[in-house]
Design a protein around this ligand. Structure first.
Ligand code: SF4
Length: 404
């Protein structure tokens, strides 16, 4: 496949669809090229890939919620990748699945609930919890010093397996932002203090993803952690993470120019965000009418399954003022507010706040206010404690605040 191409396949046999996609994309050819070998395709001598050549597979296991909820990577896709690589002569010792969940959840629980412990055991491959990594490098990423887990940088080939979904702060998340899983928790918090967009773009200058397999099966179009899956039953393959994310914008009803980490990554030379150059090709299955059709996308906005008018976020975010909030905190508050809205209590809450907003985020440390969420707002008259607090705790505390 070429850098301006995205291959996709529709269906429900996710493992087999992934294998078919990788065959068409000639993933083994890309690996051989990276290993400095000549000869591609099924006839090539794949065993000549050096035994110490290490391939990392990076899913998105942001929270301990199974993939059907729309926030995490389907293990069947990673299984398809493992099967393909083992069938093409790679040894299980050369393959490693690595991830670090978001601040507030433990990767080990995500490995468990999302089916990755059993998957790794079945295939005999290593599973690495990057939240526990002690070896951290300070890396100059296009002029910005960032902390990155050493293991991620020691890989010879990195296969990124993000979920195409919405994000309550950056609007979308897919290939570029999924790399945040390879930095320590302390650095994730610092990313939020730096406004997210700039460090996400620079991080991708310090760690190169070689191949992308995109889980577009049922990603949540609003929330990174899932909860409202939108079924599309699609898996895609791509090489350019910037173009992948630009296409994610198109799917979710945004323009790439509305997501500054994408345009900044393009300016840093990490790929193209010009959708006029993207060539879409479908291998099998029926393209849902909400999805863009095959071919080169023109400047005209294609069909989108998620129009901005229907986004739940827009309806409720007006009650909140966030400053440098971690995704785990902000992403937990919004569903709690959505529940209040469904019970017809959100307007009551806004009236009770009397012009103030709910404060959330690291920027509120040492500051005062009426109602705050998270330990960072400990100085507020009413603070819903936790780092981050759980959705249920926020919901209950907001109801108590209303009743007081
Ligand atoms: S309380 Fe503060 S540091 Fe903790 S998750 Fe929330 S915003 Fe981040």
């Amino acid at each position: 496949m070429t850098a301006n191409e995205i291959l996709r396949i529709y269906g429900t046999e996710y493992r087999d669809m992934t294998v078919r996609l990788l065959q068409e994309a000639d993933l083994i050819g890309e690996i051989r090229k990276k290993a400095g070998l000549t000869g591609r395709g099924p006839g090539a001598d794949n065993n000549s890939i050096p035994e110490d050549f290490l391939i990392g597979i990076k899913p998105n296991l942001v929270t301990p919620n199974p993939a059907m909820f729309g926030g995490t990577t389907h293990p069947e896709i990673v299984e398809g990748i493992l099967s393909y690589l083992l069938e093409h002569g790679l040894k299980k010792e050369q393959l490693i699945i690595l991830e670090g969940s978001w601040v507030g959840d433990r990767t080990e629980e995500a490995f468990d609930y999302c089916g990755y412990f059993s998957l790794a055991e079945r295939y005999g491959v290593a599973l690495k919890d990057l939240q526990k990594e002690k070896r951290i490098d300070t890396v100059s990423c296009a002029g910005m010093d960032l902390q990155i887990c050493s293991l991620a940088r020691e890989l010879d080939f990195l296969i990124n397996v993000p979920v195409l979904k919405g994000h309550c702060q950056t609007k979308v998340t897919c290939a570029l932002k999924n790399m945040k899983g390879v930095i320590p928790n302390s650095e994730k918090r610092r990313f939020h203090r730096m406004g997210l967009h700039k460090p996400i773009a620079h991080l991708n200058a310090g760690i190169r993803q070689d191949f992308i397999v995109i889980d577009h099966i049922c990603g949540d179009p609003d929330f990174e952690e899932g909860g409202n899956p939108l079924v599309r039953n699609c898996i895609m393959a791509a090489e350019d993470p910037v173009l992948t994310d630009a296409y994610t914008c198109r799917i979710l009803g945004y323009e790439p120019s509305e997501v500054s980490y994408i345009t900044l990554a393009a300016r840093l030379g990490l790929g193209s965000c010009d959708l006029d150059t993207l060539s879409l090709r479908t291998l099998e299955g029926t393209i849902p009418e909400e999805e863009p059709q095959d071919g080169v996308l023109s400047g005209e906005k294609e069909a989108s399954g998620q129009s901005p008018e229907t986004r739940k976020l827009v309806d409720i975010a007006y009650a909140v003022e966030e400053i440098d909030s971690c995704s785990a905190c902000y992403g937990t508050l919004l569903p709690a507010l959505e529940r209040l809205r469904k019970e017809g209590l959100l307007d009551l809450l806004v009236r009770k706040l009397d012009g103030a907003k709910i404060g959330i985020g690291q920027g509120y440390r040492g500051r005062t206010g009426l109602l705050g969420v998270g330990n960072c707002t400990a100085g507020f008259r009413n603070c819903i404690r936790g780092c981050p607090p759980k959705e249920e705790e926020i919901f209950d505390a907001l109801k108590r605040f209303l009743e007081a």
